[in-house]
Ligand binder design. Structure first.
Ligand SMILES: Nc1ncnc2c1ncn2[C@@H]1O[C@H](COP(=O)(O)OP(=O)(O)O)[C@@H](O)[C@H]1O
Ligand SMILES: Nc1ccn([C@H]2C[C@H](O)[C@@H](COP(=O)(O)OP(=O)(O)O)O2)c(=O)n1
Length: 221
C-alpha cells in the first residue's frame, strides 16, 4: 500500500468533498472511494432488513457481509446494494443522519476498515469522508481537510435539493447540518478532525473551480 498514491479529502457535510474528490479521480484516472456512502448504505440496509437501531451485533454482522458495489460514471457515482440501484435513496438528509448514527458505533467502524483499505489500488486512490486521513489512510501522501461555514454548507444542500426538485427549509437544514457536525465531531472513535499533516481549506468564499485548482496545486497535478 505504501507505494500507491492516496489523496484523502475529509470534512463536514456539504463542504464539497465528494465534488472535488470525483473531479480529481476522473482527471487522474484513479480509483474513488466515497466512504460516507458505505455508512449510508449500511444504514439503509439495516432498515431494509429491519434491524433494530440498538442491535449492534446484527449491525456489525451486516457491515461484515454488506453486498455493495460502486461505479463512477462521467457525471455521478452509482451505488448498488444487493444488486439494486440505491444511489438516490441514500442521498437524503434522513439517510445522512441515519448514517451518522451507525457510524458512531466503534465495532461497526472496525468491521468496515479493511473493506475501505481494499480500495487502495494502482494507479492511485482519491477518497473522501471524515477519518480518511486520520484513521483509514494515515500514511496517505496527500491530505486535505475541506470546510465551510454551516450556513454556506446548508445553502449548498438547499440548492442541490432544489435542483433535484425537492423542496426543503433552509433553517431546518442549518440545524440538521449542525447536529450532524456535532455528532460526527464528538464521537469517541475516529471523530471528524483534520489530520495534523492535512492542508486545511475553507471554501466558504471559494467556488468549485477555485477549490479544485488549490487541491491540484497542492498535489502538484
Ligand atoms: N466550493 C463550492 N462552492 C459552491 N458550491 C459547492 C462548492 N463545492 C461543492 N458545492 C456544491 O455543494 C453541494 C454539496 O457538495 P458535495 O460535494 O456533495 O459535498 P460533501 O461531499 O462534502 O457533502 C453540491 O451541490 C456541490 O455542487
Ligand atoms: N469516513 C466517514 C464517512 C462518513 N461518516 C458518517 C458521518 C456522516 O455524517 C455520514 C454520512 O457521510 P457523507 O460523507 O456521505 O455525508 P455528506 O455527503 O458529507 O453529507 O457518515 C463517517 O463517520 N466516516
Amino acid at each position: 500500500m505504501a507505494d500507491i498514491p492516496v489523496l484523502t479529502i475529509d470534512g463536514p457535510s456539504g463542504s464539497g468533498k465528494g465534488t472535488i474528490a470525483q473531479m480529481i479521480a476522473r482527471e487522474l484516472g484513479w480509483h474513488y472511494l466515497d466512504s460516507g456512502a458505505i455508512y449510508r448504505v449500511l444504514a439503509f440496509a439495516s432498515l431494509k432488513h429491519q434491524i433494530p437501531a440498538l442491535d449492534e451485533n446484527s449491525l456489525v454482522q451486516l457491515a461484515q457481509t454488506l453486498d455493495l458495489q460502486f461505479h463512477l460514471d462521467d457525471d455521478r457515482l452509482n451505488v448498488l446494494l444487493e444488486g439494486e440501484e440505491v444511489s438516490q435513496q441514500i442521498r437524503t438528509e434522513k439517510a445522512g443522519n441515519a448514517a451518522s448514527k451507525v457510524a458512531a458505533i466503534p465495532a461497526v467502524r472496525a468491521a468496515l476498515l479493511q473493506r475501505q483499505r481494499d480500495f487502495c489500488q494502482q494507479p492511485g486512490l482519491v477518497t473522501d469522508g471524515r477519518d480518511m486521513g486520520t484513521v483509514v489512510f494515515p500514511d496517505a501522501q496527500f491530505k486535505v481537510f475541506l470546510t465551510a461555514s454551516a450556513e454556506e454548507r446548508a445553502l449548498r444542500r438547499y440548492k442541490q435539493l432544489k435542483e433535484k426538485g425537492i423542496e426543503s427549509n433552509l433553517s431546518d437544514l442549518i440545524t440538521e447540518i449542525s447536529e450532524r457536525d456535532k455528532r460526527d465531531s464528538e464521537r469517541k472513535v475516529a471523530p471528524l478532525l483534520p489530520a495534523t499533516d492535512a492542508l486545511i481549506l475553507d471554501s466558504t468564499e471559494l467556488g468549485i473551480a477555485a477549490v479544485y485548482e488549490k487541491v491540484c496545486s497542492y498535489c502538484a497535478i
